[in-house]
Design a protein around this ligand. Structure first.
Ligand SMILES: Cc1ncc(COP(=O)(O)O)c(C=O)c1O
Length: 378
């Protein structure tokens, strides 16, 4: 029995994921948080702080920044300096800051993509250039020629997602080097959302921050990182923006001055403890998610009308359901009691995204319901 097998009733806890289908017998496998309790060192530290009962102004601790720096070095072999780090309440907020700050006429990204990669540039008044991911060796990758050809002189910003949501790709060193060369040739700023970096499931891949590829890349990258996905603490709202380039960072800090200040007390504590004391929890989580992914893969293999490429990372499976010829795949599976993410929201209605960050028992029940839904089509 794993700690992740423990069922937690999230109904009535103001959970976005569970409240969408309040009062209905629908298993929610959509928004990207997991149904697991946060690591107990985080919970205990927050409890202890609550017992103090005084919640006055409280700046971010040096220890929190140090824990983050050590974690990044330990896990991704990237050495960052304290002064490069800017706290932010979340990666989406940061992405909106960055797109407005860079204010590029065109912003390039790869699709399908997590919706805020389209929304943030639009909010900034930029046009979004969408370059489709391509299937290569049964994995989602980028056609680098096509990508480069799509960059015009009006494009100064690449919004990159690594590991990719929803494609599940953790980009290799070779792929990142190609992107780094393109970014240099076209003088792009790269905003790299690496929120899923700790959720690498393929034992043959690892997370490589694009900023760590070379010094040029380090100078042109704005990296967004957060403990929220990895340790299931999204509601605590904590993330970091890492900018190595001194002038870019100083300008950016002026731009957001007055818009972000310190994290709340609990976000600070959770972030410090997550990065300092929760490696073992994370390793166990990955093992558990690997088993869940296997179940999803087996389910897809049993159904030749479904297709799922190999994925390196994330607890999200991007399933091609076009073979079922359904008018609305999302609505159809909902009728059978499974709430998936509609591929339309990521730019491709032929797909559904399945969040397998849940207890095996619940996942099995959801897959059984999906199987019934498919069997009823024949
Ligand atoms: C790629 C990606 N970026 C950002 C976020 C959200 O980040 P935050 O909650 O820190 O705004 C998500 C959540 O699903 C995500 O998948």
């Amino acid at each position: 029995m794993s700690i992740f097998d423990k069922r937690v009733d999230r109904r009535g806890s103001n959970s976005q994921k569970w409240d969408r289908y309040k009062g209905e017998d629908i298993i929610p496998l959509w928004v990207a948080d997991m149904d697991f309790e946060a690591p107990s060192p985080i919970v205990e530290a927050i409890k202890k702080r609550i017992e103090h009962k005084v919640f006055g102004y409280s700046p971010i601790e040096e220890e929190t920044l140090e824990a983050f720096i050590d974690f990044v070095k330990r896990h991704y072999e990237w050495e960052i300096k304290k002064e490069w780090i800017i706290f932010s309440y979340g990666v989406v907020i940061s992405m909106n800051f960055v797109t407005r700050f860079i204010n590029s006429k065109e912003v390039i990204t790869t699709t399908p993509i997590y919706p805020h990669f389209i929304k943030a540039p639009k909010n900034a008044g930029s046009e979004v250039i969408k370059v489709p991911l391509r299937e290569k060796n049964r994995r989602w990758s980028i056609d680098f020629n096509e990508f480069e050809k799509s960059i015009s002189k009006d494009c100064r910003l690449f919004l990159f997602c690594n590991p990719h949501n929803p494609g599940g790709t953790a980009f290799t060193k070779e792929e990142l080097k190609k992107l780094a060369n393109i970014a240099k040739r076209h003088n792009l700023i790269v905003c790299s959302d690496e929120i899923h970096s700790d959720l690498i499931l393929n034992p043959k891949s690892r997370h490589i921050p694009i900023a760590s590829i070379n010094k040029d890349m380090e100078q042109r990258t704005i990296t967004l990182l957060s403990p929220s996905k990895s340790f299931n603490i999204a509601g605590l709202k904590s993330s970091f923006i890492v900018i190595a380039n001194d002038s870019l960072r100083e300008e950016f800090k002026r731009y957001i001055s007055g818009l972000v200040d310190d994290p709340n007390i609990f976000a600070n504590i959770a972030t410090k403890i997550a990065y300092r004391e929760c490696d073992e929890w994370l390793f166990e989580l990955r093992d558990y998610l690997r088993e869940n992914l296997k179940l999803v893969q087996e389910f897809v293999a049993k159904n030749p009308k479904l297709k799922l490429l190999n994925q390196d990372a994330t607890f999200l499976a991007w399933i091609d359901v076009s073979g079922l010829n359904l008018k609305s795949p999302y609505e159809y599976f909902l009728e059978y009691g499974v709430g998936l993410s509609d591929g339309k929201d990521f730019g491709d209605e032929r797909f559904l995204r399945l969040n397998f960050g849940t207890q095996i028992e619940l996942l099995v029940e959801a897959l059984n319901r999906m199987q019934r839904a498919i069997d009823n089509l024949d």
